[in-house]
Design a protein around this ligand. Structure first.
Ligand code: SIN
Length: 477
């Protein structure tokens, strides 16, 4: 395989809103290379439906701050939340300056409402296709000094003198080595490790693994959010919480309101709703008779339901993996604990979400912290001797069986026995120096799952040494 060499000032890994926000705000004297594993549109940001929260039209950001803290059960960091909500007041106008057109009704912003928000403050575009529209507009505005490469798998970060100075990877044809003055990880969370997720399948925890391998600190990676309402018929897909904000209620097969006991009803915080729905025996539906102008406000959902012959009045839903609150530990400007390495978006733990993210705060986080990262970047070039590295020597069949095993423990109540067994089985894998793109990609996924599994074990006061051969059982089971 041939070797392709690239040199840039800033390497951004990822193509969602966090990556694009950094790219849009980096000084134009810098050369920027933005690489992404699939097509640029294969990012969770493109799938965002409900919208972006902002206190733009409120007298202050205090209520947004309080709602964010309350949804997190007071586990989010006040100062970071304040920073998010305050800067978030400017975000709407700033995005408009880049050409984003938020939905309006009678010349006023058409604001949505979602769980645990005490008021309507969700700005959206194209009804429930906010992410797709925002991303198309902003990507179109990427300036000439930003070069984009699709289908690039980054498998290792390069180091020199304790600093990250680039990365290695694969294009579809060649081995790739990139020298960079600074590297920004914007690779998203880990949802794609599971089939039952609202996430893009390409979002599989690569950034966590890349960062951890160079010694960057990770935080709270077991803090995962399950969205209560993925479409329960056919391929899982998000059914936006904004539908409940518009009047839909969660009902059981007999039409009883399943969140009736909660003071906020169907608009209770996500973790509460997801827990109730997971424990519920039998099917749950979104009953939409109270939703006005359903097809106009939720065109994506309407089209999906029609294509799948689902009754729009009673939409079957069930919870699924949606968001990782924890991630790479960063300061308020996205600096990780390793020089030259920055992280932003879902891969980073900025402290703004605590143990349960408030709905529609994630696009806002990408914008606010993406801008901060772009201003904080410090460049320093260095040459690192890249060796080829190693990868797990797994056949596709074995890899697929590991994915199935991950699906058994990565649930709303992680199954410790399955975790132990997964760790034991993966611990026994051998490694090869003949690293192909496919092996590198599978290795990143298995290592991301191992990081999570170990973190769950640690919550139980255990570590990998406590996992003995006796716990292993057939990975092909
Ligand atoms: C939704 O539209 O329900 C998802 C929005 C979010 O995850 O913040």
């Amino acid at each position: 395989m041939s070797l392709q060499l690239e040199r840039t000032d800033v390497l951004i890994i990822g193509s969602g809103l966090a990556a694009v926000t950094v790219a849009l705000h980096v000084p134009d004297t810098y050369r920027v290379l933005l690489v992404t594993k699939g097509c640029v549109t294969e990012a969770n940001s493109d799938l965002a439906q409900g919208g972006m929260a902002s206190a733009y039209l409120e007298p202050t950001s205090e209520t947004h701050i309080r709602d964010t803290l309350a949804a997190s059960k007071w586990t989010a960091q006040l100062e970071r939340v304040r920073l998010l909500a305050e800067a978030g007041r400017e975000a709407i106008q700033e995005m408009e300056q880049f050409g984003v057109v938020f939905d309006r009704e009678d010349e006023q912003y058409a604001l949505g409402r979602e769980g645990a928000h005490s008021t309507s403050r969700i700005f959206h575009v194209g009804g429930d296709e906010t992410g797709r529209h925002i991303m198309a507009t902003l990507r179109d505005r990427l300036p000439g000094h930003v070069h984009v490469m699709e289908h690039v798998l980054i498998d290792r970060l390069l180091e020199h003198d304790g600093r990250v100075v680039g990365a290695t990877g694969f294009t579809r044809e060649a081995r790739l080595q990139i020298e960079a003055g600074a590297v920004v990880l914007a690779t998203g969370g880990i949802g794609g490790l599971l089939d039952w997720t609202s996430n893009c399948r390409t979002v599989t925890g690569d950034g966590l693994v890349l960062a951890q391998r160079v010694g960057a600190a990770l935080k709270n990676i077991t803090d995962l959010q399950f969205h209560p309402t993925l479409l329960a018929s056919g391929t899982p897909e998000l059914v936006t919480e904004a539908l409940r904000g518009a009047g839909a209620t969660l009902v059981d097969e007999a039409g009883r309101h399943v969140m009736a006991h909660h003071p906020l009803g169907s608009l209770a915080p996500r973790d509460d709703v997801a827990a109730v729905l997971t424990a519920h025996r039998g099917h749950v539906y979104l009953e939409t008779s109270q939703v006005a102008r359903m097809t106009e406000r939720f065109p994506k959902l309407t089209a999906t339901c029609q294509a799948r012959q689902i009754d729009l009045a009673l939409i079957p839903v069930r919870p699924g993996l949606h968001f990782q609150m924890g991630g790479i530990a960063v300061d308020e400007d996205g600096r990780t604990s390793v020089d030259g390495l920055y992280a932003v978006g879902e891969v980073a733990d900025t402290g703004v979400h605590g143990k349960n993210r408030l709905a529609s705060n994630s696009l806002l986080e990408c914008w606010v912290f993406g801008k901060r990262v772009a201003s904080a970047l410090e460049l320093k070039h260095g040459i690192s001797d890249a060796d080829g590295g190693t990868a797990y020597d797994v056949t596709d069949e074995v890899f697929q069986s590991f994915r199935r095993q991950i699906g058994k423990w990565l649930t709303i109540s992680p199954a410790i026995d399955e975790i132990r067994s997964f760790l034991e089985n993966t611990h026994q894998l051998t490694r090869t120096k003949h690293v192909t793109r496919q092996l590198a990609e599978q290795t990143l996924q298995l290592e991301a799952a191992r990081l999570l599994a170990l973190a769950f074990l640690e919550l139980e006061g255990l570590d990998e040494q406590d996992v003995t051969a006796r716990t292993a059982h057939g990975v092909f089971a």
